[in-house]
Design a protein around this ligand. Structure first.
Ligand SMILES: Nc1ncnc2c1ncn2[C@@H]1O[C@H](COP(=O)(O)OP(=O)(O)O)[C@@H](O)[C@H]1O
Ligand SMILES: [Mg+2]
Length: 471
């Protein structure tokens, strides 16, 4: 029964005797509002109270307890906070506008009921099931899929499993073709087809140049000063047919072309020392641009072929396990820059991009190529909302050092939050303040349990979901 002090969005319920053994944190209930209508709500933050054993001052009950005797439980009762989901209207749940009358009766749902139907608004798309109720599939709002999705939780909290068992099938059902960036090559590559290996992908010249600029510390030049060596290398990349050859041939071709460009430029100048300096810097740079380095970029599969494959098969997995970080970022950059260009030309994509290990691409403080991938992800998010690209990012942290870049995170309008890292305690407190979810709960969620919140969730308050995996 609802106690005194209820509002239209919150109430406290006093449990009938014995119900404290049945009602749990996250149990769903229906409030039969005496002011009219029914209200769907969730129990959060229960408490057991007994006047006789109140602490803070000495009283007979405390004295009893001190002597090892059990004080009377006549004045014992249990309460739960109720977080309102909404009023039950003709076509499902709507915002509750009536004050909940004290003494209204509250009922627990049984397993045969399916309160999720109230939330579904005619959509047949679902994600996982409500906590503890395997037959209550949780509905989602399809129109917000391309407002992007964030999945957060410490390593081992079940993020990749959630993506594999629930998010990927859901997106397929919603009509998206998927490109999955499998950073470790073990979370998706063994389970989906086709798989494309990193070194098969053609990385565009621009990105190759960025990579080698990083590697060679800008070919020996500082900051923004004019860089004829980089220009010559760039021209060599563009004019020589170096891909699809052996690493040594490719390297040799690039070196000779860049050298001849610099020699020609140098001979036009009157100062021979300057021309000599260029050649020395080219030479020094090529000590770092080894055959192994060149080999990373000999792939010939173009971004458009990857997209075509995704469209054709419904899914492609990019297996990034064999490669160094910068090379992975370069391939990612190359593919996603192409997607961006298509959207800039107003092409609708209906593609979802799954980015596991998100902070690798868009960390808190991006450096080097990370800065370019971070900016690109932000652009993709903005364009994606108009042109049907959904970005799904998995990250072990929410904010701060282990977290995702905050500008990227702001673009993820739906979130799944599993067990969080203690470093994210502050973030947890913010959630706690808004929805009665205690930070301790978030720190101790079992694997495969996530709070689902944001635009795709038809409920204004987060719902605790889980999902089944086949053994
Ligand atoms: N819904 C689930 N039910 C049972 N076990 C799960 C579930 N989700 C995840 N797990 C277990 O948790 C482990 C870690 O999951 P994983 O998705 O790899 O975590 P993360 O990607 O967050 O590091 C899995 O190997 C699996 O054993
Ligand atoms: Mg993982």
């Amino acid at each position: 029964m609802v106690s005194s002090g209820a509002s239209e969005s919150r109430a406290t319920v006093i449990l009938y005797d014995g119900m404290e053994k049945k009602v749990r944190n996250e149990s769903l209930v229906i409030i039969r509002n005496k002011n009219g209508g029914d209200v769907l709500a969730v129990c959060r933050g229960g408490r057991g109270l007994n006047e006789n054993v109140k602490t803070g001052s000495f009283n007979p009950g405390v004295a009893y307890a001190r002597r090892g005797r059990i004080p009377s439980s006549a004045k014992e009762y249990y309460i739960f906070n109720l977080e309102v989901i909404g009023a039950v209207g003709e076509d499902g749940i709507e915002q509750n506008k009536l004050i909940i009358a004290p003494t209204s009766i509250v009922e627990l749902f049984s397993d045969e009921d399916d309160p999720m139907k109230l939330l579904s608004k005619g959509s047949d798309l679902t994600i996982g099931h409500y906590w503890g109720r395997p037959n209550w599939r949780v509905p989602i709002l399809k129109q917000y899929i391309n407002y992007h999705i964030g999945i957060f939780g410490v390593t081992g909290s079940g993020k990749s499993y959630l993506a594999r068992y629930e998010i990927i099938p859901l997106l397929r059902k919603a009509g998206y073709s998927l490109i999955i960036m499998d950073w470790k090559g073990s979370d998706y590559a063994p389970y989906f087809e086709p798989v494309i290996l990193l070194d098969k992908i053609k990385v565009d010249d621009f990105t190759v140049l960025s990579y080698f600029s990083q590697l060679t510390k800008n070919f020996g030049y500082h900051g923004r000063e004019e860089n004829p060596v980089a220009s010559a290398f760039e021209r060599a990349l563009r004019t020589v047919e170096w891909r699809g050859r052996t690493p040594s041939e490719a390297r040799d071709l690039l070196y000779r072309k860049a050298k001849s460009i610099l020699e020609l430029e140098g001979s036009r100048l009157k100062k021979t020392e300057t021309g000599q300096l260029w050649l020395e810097r080219l030479e020094a740079s090529f000590e770092l641009i080894t055959e192994e380095e060149i080999e990373k970029f000999l792939g010939t599969m173009e971004p458009w072929e990857i997209l075509a494959e995704a469209k054709d098969k419904g899914i492609v997995v990019i297996d990034m396990s064999k490669g160094e970080k910068e090379q992975k970022l370069a391939a990612f950059y190359s593919i996603t820059r192409y997607l961006k260009r298509l959207m800039e030309r107003k092409q609708r994509l209906d593609v979802a991009l799954i980015i596991d290990e998100g902070p690798q691409y868009a960390p808190w403080q991006p450096r080097g190529l990370e800065r370019e991938t971070t900016d690109l992800i932000i652009d993709l998010c903005a364009l994606g909302r108009s042109y049907g690209l959904s970005i799904v990012i998995l990250s072990q942290g929410m904010a701060g050092e282990i977290g995702l870049n905050s500008a990227v995170r702001r673009n993820l309008n739906t979130q799944f939050i599993g067990r969080i890292h203690p470093l994210d305690f502050e973030e947890a407190q913010k959630l706690a303040a808004s929805y009665y979810i205690s930070p301790e709960t978030l720190l101790t969620l079992p694997e495969g349990h996530f709070y689902f919140l944001g635009r795709m969730n038809p409920s204004p308050t987060p719902l605790l979901i889980s999902f089944e995996v086949d053994k």
